[in-house]
Write a protein that binds this ligand. Structure first.
Ligand code: 1GP
Length: 245
């Protein structure tokens, strides 16, 4: 079964949690230890990527360290066609729906697609929507961020993503955002599409992860909380338990 097929099977039974590890934020060895702790805490997959600051060598070493220490699927959270690790299991093949640059909507994808096929990496089709404040990814991706009080705009983008055949929609407040995507926006998007909805950016507490799944998110992503915690397993366990009650 494909990795996405397995996620769809799991989502019939429960909500999922993915851990994001940014190769720019720690040495590869440490990334491997973090992934191992996240697996012990019950996370379902390791996403690897970040907006800036790392080379292909950094990325590849980080993927290798994570795969050496942890059996979970690894998913590249990409920035550009030039940063593809041959070791990764899958890639979010994601169009930044509200970017003002063709590069992030489709142009980088046209360069990456032949390489992804050649390397045998599983592409997971996704519409990626940046919501205020958007943080670094909003800047780098030239996103026209969806205002927090405009869930109707998010609904339109999500419906368009589904009609274009994308398999997931990701509502992103930006890594390190002071507030997550508003639960009301997640709720309206969930009510408007039948593809799975991912919520990420600014989720640092069990209450926030619980609010995201109560609003209808199928997958919750956390990254910064892992980087900032002395005890990764302990910090993640409560966030993950909150989506499973
Ligand atoms: C960022 O949604 C992810 O792309 C995770 O965000 O780092 O704020 O958890 P955080």
């Amino acid at each position: 079964m494909t990795i996405m097929g397995e996620f769809l099977r799991m989502m019939k039974e429960r909500k999922l949690h993915f851990t994001l590890i940014d190769p720019d934020k720690q040495p590869p060895e440490e990334a491997g230890r973090m992934a191992c702790a996240a697996m012990e805490a019950g996370t379902d997959a390791i996403m690897i990527g970040g907006s800036t600051g790392y080379t292909l060598e950094d990325l590849d070493a980080t993927v290798k360290s994570i795969k050496d220490k942890c059996d979970l699927p690894t998913i590249l959270f990409p920035t550009s066609a030039g940063l593809l690790s041959p070791r990764i299991d899958a890639i979010f093949f994601m169009s930044m729906l509200n970017s003002c640059s063709c590069d992030f909507i489709i142009r980088e994808h046209s360069k990456a697609a032949p390489v992804i096929k050649k390397l045998g990496i599983e592409p997971i089709s996704m519409g990626y929507l940046v919501v205020e404040p958007g943080m670094r990814v909003g800047e780098v991706g030239h996103a026209e961020c969806v205002p927090r009080d405009r869930p109707d705009l998010a609904v339109g983008y999500a419906m368009a993503a589904e009609m274009l055949g994308m398999g997931l929609v990701y509502l992103e407040a930006g890594s390190g955002a002071p507030v997550p995507v508003p639960p009301e926006m997640v709720r309206q998007v969930r009510a408007s599409v039948s593809i799975p909805v991912i919520a990420g950016g600014g989720i640092t507490s069990p209450e926030q992860s619980r609010a995201a799944v109560e609003a209808g998110a199928d997958i919750v992503v956390t990254g910064t909380v892992v980087e900032r915690s002395e005890d990764v397993e302990d910090a993640l366990r409560s966030i993950i338990e909150a989506i499973r009650v």
